[in-house]
Design a binder for this molecule. Structure first.
Ligand code: GSH
Length: 201
């Protein structure tokens, strides 16, 4: 399977963490692909008209996107349990994943905005407010995160926190979310996290 990949993309990282956790990383052939919102990449567009990474190309030529679809495909392929099949554990995992991915979406828009010549302060304030609210909610849910088996929810949240450390290190979020910081420190010990940081390219 071919994966359009970049070491710096937090969405690609989510897929790579899943592949490591599932023990199937060697089944992926990584193709370094540059995806930039303002410069659609024809090589990626051959496989995904949205020109986004991650994009997975199966051995029979079928393509899969976006990241959560690829993650669920890999989980299914490997017979994993990263996507609980039913009941409360499933909805909690998908909810946590939505929170992590939604936070990532806001952070990426925030980064795009702050790099403009004249960033819109209203937008910047809104992204900062949403980020703090996500961190506050997650801080309260650490006991449940600790108790639940590792899922796509944990992985989505870890990717968002890793992206904050990578692109927003001045946020100093650990001061305001000490329990979440402890949870993330444990997550970061996992080989799947250690092999997939933005510096691992
Ligand atoms: N919802 C998508 C988001 C993927 C995404 O936005 N990836 C970024 C790289 S981190 C990208 O490809 N950006 C290029 C673009 O927006 O055109 C997913 O989960 O896969």
């Amino acid at each position: 399977m071919k994966l359009h990949w970049s070491p710096k993309s937090p969405f690609v990282r989510k897929v790579m963490i899943c592949a490591h956790e599932l023990g199937i990383v060697e089944q992926l052939t990584l193709v370094r692909s540059v995806a930039a919102m303002l410069k659609p990449n024809p090589q990626i567009m051959t496989d995904n008209p949205l020109s986004k990474i991650p994009t997975l190309v199966l051995d029979d030529g079928r393509t899969l996107f976006d990241s959560v679809v690829i993650c669920e495909y890999l989980d299914d392929l490997a017979g994993g349990t990263l996507f609980p099949r039913q009941g409360a554990p499933r909805w909690q995992a998908l909810r946590w994943h939505a929170l992590g991915t939604g936070l990532l979406d806001a952070l990426i828009l925030w980064r795009n905005e702050r790099e403009r010549e004249a960033p819109n302060p209203v937008l910047i304030d809104a992204f900062a407010l949403k980020t703090e609210a996500c961190l506050a909610l997650l801080e309260k849910e650490v006991p449940e995160l600790d108790e639940a088996a590792l899922s796509i929810g944990h992985i989505g949240i870890a990717c968002a926190l890793g992206y904050i450390d990578y692109r927003f290190d001045t946020l100093a979020w650990r001061d305001r979310a000490p329990a979440l910081a402890g949870w993330f420190a444990t997550m970061e010990q996992r080989p799947s996290m250690q092999h997939t940081g933005p510096e691992e390219g």
